[in-house]
Design a protein around this ligand. Structure first.
Ligand SMILES: [Zn+2]
Length: 111
């Protein structure tokens, strides 16, 4: 059985906390979510090496703090996440949400 989230909340505007029904609690930064976006576009972008720049260049969207503007359940296995940079094509499966971020607590239900 795939663990299901029992609570999703923004700890602060940068950090999403997810509590799971097996007692695990994980935290993921919004930046990390965005960088691990599973949509076809982002996967393709990540598979290419970064172009070499002489000076560090900040894209317009990188100067703004990244936020989640919307998070909608898609059935029982994934969430569609809208980011404040306008990106909204990523479908984050529960598996991916479990994988990302760091575990901050485990109430150890069962066992
Ligand atoms: Zn994407």
């Amino acid at each position: 059985m795939i663990p299901q989230p029992t609570e999703l909340k923004l700890l602060n505007p940068d950090t999403l906390q997810i509590a799971w029904n097996d007692g695990l609690v994980g935290r993921i930064t919004i930046r990390e979510l965005r960088e691990n976006c599973p949509c076809a576009n982002c996967i393709e972008k990540r598979s290419k090496p970064e172009p070499i720049a002489l000076l560090p260049i900040l894209k317009a969207e990188e100067t703004q703090p990244l936020r989640i503007t919307k998070m909608d359940p898609q059935g029982r296995y994934a969430y569609a996440i809208d980011f404040s940079d306008g990106h909204n094509t990523g479908l984050f499966t529960l598996d991916l949400l479990r994988e990302l971020g760091e575990v901050v607590g485990d109430e150890g239900i069962g066992e």
